[in-house]
Design a protein. Structure first.
Length: 327
């Protein structure tokens, strides 16, 4: 029997199999036929359809802003991914560890547990993403010492202060990778009179995304639809413009991080000041983020070695210690 860890992210689902490592990393996207409600594609194939489908075919994200917006399609998506894993020699009735955002309700946790049980899990464990991200980033959270992690994912940013293996206090906000993409879409429409899609916005973010000390000379040409004429058009964007679009959102994350620190016991605050704060999640890769956080929070900031996969890697560590987890 193989144990399975699932990072159930708004943007991507990663699956870790004990003894094999990360065996699946695909977008959390499902393409459906709106007339029959049948599923046409899941994961990478469905992601290619985002913004490129007719009215009959709709590409949806069943997880939105860190919560499950559509349980039926989330279950179908998980079922598809687990079937693919089972096709690679995983035996039936695995134990499954699922990582979820820290702001989901007890009702949603139970729904996820029941869905996993219907998929054939022998036992299901639910853990909060920032805790697992901290473990995956190499932080030792088992001691009576303060640790702080800021996990900037696709749908949510989870901020957690941990000690003795548990979250002492946490903050969560629906500002993360997807909100950054939306801000870029709005900015390009307002400043360049150009409509662009989600995928183009994400490409801009990856290529010239910045929130601090931007370089005006770093530019990119983007294609879209002219808002006035409705015809295909292009615009040149530079890093400074993207900073203008993303800076206000980043300040909101910083404000929440300050709030978490204000609620923290003085002894734990002293530990965090000594150790620094670890950033995880894809959003942590945006240029200037580390420097801006350091400037505003007055605490050393470090980006984890593998921010995109540290939740899945944390699953791997926890799968070796399943007896310590809560059922």
């Amino acid at each position: 029997m193989k144990d399975i860890g699932i990072d159930l992210g708004t943007a991507n689902v990663l699956v870790y199999v004990k003894g094999q490592g990360i065996v699946l990393n695909e977008p959390s996207v499902v393409a459906i036929d709106t007339e029959t409600n049948s599923v046409l594609a899941i994961g990478n194939e469905a992601n290619e359809m985002l913004g490129r489908t007719s009215g009959k075919v709709k590409a949806i994200r069943p997880l939105k802003d860190g919560v499950i917006a559509d349980f039926e399609y989330t279950e179908i998506m998980l079922n598809s991914f687990i079937k693919r894993i089972k096709g690679r020699g995983i035996l039936s009735k695995p134990r499954i560890l699922i990582c979820c955002p820290s702001n989901i309700t007890a009702v949603e946790k139970n729904a996820i547990r029941e869905a996993a049980e219907r998929l054939g899990a022998k036992r299901v464990f639910i853990e909060e993403e920032p805790k697992v991200a901290a473990i995956g980033a190499g932080m030792d959270i088992s001691k009576p010492s303060g640790n702080m992690v800021i996990d900037i994912g696709g749908g949510t940013t989870d901020i957690a202060i941990l000690s003795l293996g548990e979250i002492v206090n946490s903050e969560s906000l629906k500002i993360a990778g997807n909100a950054f993409d939306s801000a870029i879409i709005d900015y390009v429409k307002e400043k360049h009179n150009l409509y662009i899609g989600e995928k183009t916005a994400e490409e801009i973010k990856i290529n010239i995304g910045s929130v601090y000390n931007s370089d005006k000379n770093n530019k990119i040409n983007v294609k879209g639809r002219n808002a006035s004429t409705g015809l295909p058009s292009t615009a040149e964007l530079n890093e400074k413009e993207i900073e203008e679009a993303l800076y206000p959102l980043t300040l909101k994350i910083i404000k929440k991080a300050k709030l978490a620190l204000e609620k923290t016991l003085p002894e734990l605050s002293a530990d965090i000041y000594d150790k620094g704060i670890v950033l995880t999640g894809g959003g942590s890769l945006i240029k200037g983020l580390c420097e801006l956080f350091e400037k505003e929070l007055k605490v050393p900031i470090f980006i984890s070695e593998s921010p995109l996969t540290c939740v899945a890697e944390g699953c791997g560590i926890l799968l070796s210690n399943l007896d310590l987890l809560k059922y």
